[in-house]
Write a protein that binds this ligand. Structure first.
Ligand SMILES: Nc1ncnc2c1ncn2[C@@H]1O[C@H](COP(=O)(O)OP(=O)(O)O)[C@@H](O)[C@H]1O
Ligand SMILES: [Mg+2]
Length: 223
């Protein structure tokens, strides 16, 4: 099981000029690995994450998700692959403030048809594992930044994805939350999850749980 990016390019049309956000990236991510994607703002990290998860398609090159080319997959197949096998923690997290933390984490389980009781037990277990057990019934908009970030992680992993993508997961969190997040990522990696996390946070880059750091500059990986 792996994710392969093969000479991936992504060009954006910006009025009359085109901008190449990702300019020929090849990268192989294997099961049970935690890779950090480092690089300054604007280097293409978020675009590369979206490509790796099949949220967007490359202008040229290919992304093979678990052996399937996302370029040739039909849209609804790609959407299903994403829903069933990819977990994503976006930079803006996307928690619904008016719902409880528990209900936010339960949302991705709704399409699977799991029984409510089993789904709730599973969701609560993840919240407890991320140090949020006591906050399960709190509204998401009452939580701190670090708690929200951990909540978004719980929501991304509750479906047991094979690939977990995180965009700057420790950017606005306290030390304790950052440590808890990286610990959880290490455990998921040990359980076989493919993890790719963008960051420019040295607290994440320097952690022992990280298997590999790749550096992005102007859409290209540094050697
Ligand atoms: N939807 C878009 N349309 C046009 N340009 C974009 C779009 N998304 C990103 N870009 C541009 O692509 C480059 C890389 O952006 P991004 O992937 O967000 O980098 P990073 O996450 O490293 O900050 C930037 O110059 C950005 O302005
Ligand atoms: Mg970004």
């Amino acid at each position: 099981m792996s994710v392969e990016l093969v000479d991936v390019h992504k060009r954006y049309q910006d009025g009359r000029r085109t901008h190449e956000a990702v300019a020929g990236v090849s990268l192989s991510l294997t099961a049970g690995s935690l890779t950090v994607l480092a690089g300054p703002s604007g280097s293409g990290k978020s675009t590369l994450l979206a490509l790796a998860g099949g949220m967007t398609t490359p202008t040229s090159g290919d992304v093979r998700l678990f052996g399937q080319s996302i370029v040739t997959l039909r849209d609804h197949h790609r959407a299903r692959l994403r829903r069933e096998r990819v977990g994503f923690v976006f930079q803006d997290l996307g928690l619904i403030g008016s719902l409880t933390l528990l209900d936010n984490v339960l949302l991705p389980l709704l399409p699977s048809g799991a029984s409510n009781a089993a789904a709730e037990t599973h969701a609560r277990a993840w919240l407890a594992r991320l140090g949020l057990g006591d906050l399960a019934d709190s509204r998401a908009d009452k939580l701190s930044g670090g708690e929200r970030q951990r909540g978004a992680l719980a929501r991304a992993v509750v479906t047991s994805p094979d690939l977990l993508l995180l965009d700057e997961p420790t950017a606005h969190v306290d030390r304790e939350s950052a440590a808890e997040i990286v610990r959880a990522l290490g455990e998921l990696r040990d359980a076989g999850t493919i993890i790719l996390a963008s960051t420019h946070d040295p607290r994440l880059v320097e952690r022992e749980e990280v298997d590999r750091v790749v550096e992005l500059r102007d859409g290209r990986l540094l050697a």
